[in-house]
Design a protein around this ligand. Sequence first.
Ligand SMILES: NC(=O)c1ccc[n+]([C@@H]2O[C@H](COP(=O)([O-])OP(=O)(O)OC[C@H]3O[C@@H](n4cnc5c(N)ncnc54)[C@H](O)[C@@H]3O)[C@@H](O)[C@H]2O)c1
Ligand SMILES: [Zn+2]
Length: 323
Amino acid sequence: MREDLLRGGGLLFTDSNVFALYRTQIEKYLGGVPVYVMQAGEAHKNEQTLFALLRAMSENGLRRNSTLIALGGGVVGDIGGLAASLYMRGISCVQVPTTLLAQTDSSVGGKTAIDFCGVKNLVGAFKQPERVLADPVFFETLPKREIRCGLGEIVKHGALCSAIFEKLWENRDRLFDLGFLGEIVPMNIAFKASIVRQDPYERSLRASLNLGHTTAHAIELSSSLSHGECVLLGLILEGKIAERRLGRDGEYGKLLDELCLRALGSMPKFELSEETALCALHDKKNRAEGKVRLTLSRSLGTFEFLELPFGEYVKELKEVGSC
Ligand SMILES: NC(=O)c1ccc[n+]([C@@H]2O[C@H](COP(=O)([O-])OP(=O)(O)OC[C@H]3O[C@@H](n4cnc5c(N)ncnc54)[C@H](O)[C@@H]3O)[C@@H](O)[C@H]2O)c1
Ligand SMILES: [Zn+2]
C-alpha cells in the first residue's frame, strides 16, 4: 500500500495526540515518508495551520501526482482535505479517520474547511478523497467522551435510516462497546455515502443530515459541551419542537429520546438563553432574514424543514427546554 499510495511522493499530516499515540506504527508502515504534525484541537483549525501545512508540502517537494495522507480526527481531515484541494489546484488525498465521528461522518462526503474570522467552517471546498481507510482499531485509544461525540452523528443517522435505528435499539445497552461500534460504523459510512452520492453539494437531500444541528450549533457556541453532546441535545429539543409543530410520531419520538439519553449518559447542564437562540439565528443554514431554519423528523426515516421567525423559535426553545 505504501508504494501504491506514494508513487508520486507524499506527506503524512496528523495531530500531536495521534502522533504521540501512533508514532511507532507510523514509523513502521510509513517510514521515510515526511510527516507534518499540527497541535491537536479545534482552536488550531485555522489559516495558520493550513498555510504551515501547505508550506511543508512545498518544502517536501510534493508534485501534482503526490498524495497527502490525513491521519486523525475531523480537524485533521478537514484541514488536510482543504490543503489537498488547494495545492497545485488539487492533489490526491487519502483520509485515515481515527475518531468515531471522523469515520462515520466527516471523512465521508468531501466537505473540507477551516474556521475563519470566528465562524466555524467559513472557508472550505468540496474535495472528495481518493480513498478512506477506516479501521476500528483506532477506537481502542479514544476517550469515552470522543465515542459519545461520534454517537451523536450515529443516532442522527438512525433517525433517518431504519436499519441503523433498529441496530441501535437492539444494542442500546452496549452503545460504547467497541465490538458494536465496529459493526455499526460500516452501516453509517454506507448510509452517508448514499446520501452524498445523490446530492453532493447539499441542494436538497444532504440537508437532511442537519437534523438536530441548528440548535446543536447554538448550544455548542454558548457552552463548553462537545459537538456530539450538543447534537444529542439538539435531537431531543428539536424532536420536541417536531412533536408540537408537526405532530411527530409519539412511539418513534420516545425511542429516539431514549437512545439520545443513553448516549449522553446523563442530561448535561446547559442553559437555553436568548443568547443561545441568537447563535441559531446566525447559522449559515438559514435562508430568510430573521428566520431560523430547522431540519425536523416527523417519523422514522423522514425529514422536513421548518422555518420559524426568531421570536417563535426563542419561545419554542424555552418551552421545550423546560419540559
Ligand atoms: N467535513 C465534514 O463533513 C464534517 C462533518 C462533521 C464534523 N466535521 C468537523 O470535524 C471536527 C470534529 O472532529 P473530531 O470529533 O474527530 O475532532 P478532533 O479531530 O479534534 O479529534 C478529537 C480529539 O481526539 C484526538 N484523537 C483523534 N484520534 C484519536 C485516537 N484514535 N485515540 C485518541 N485520541 C484521538 C484528537 O487529537 C483530538 O484531541 C470539527 O472541526 C467539525 O467541524 C466535519
Ligand atoms: Zn455534526
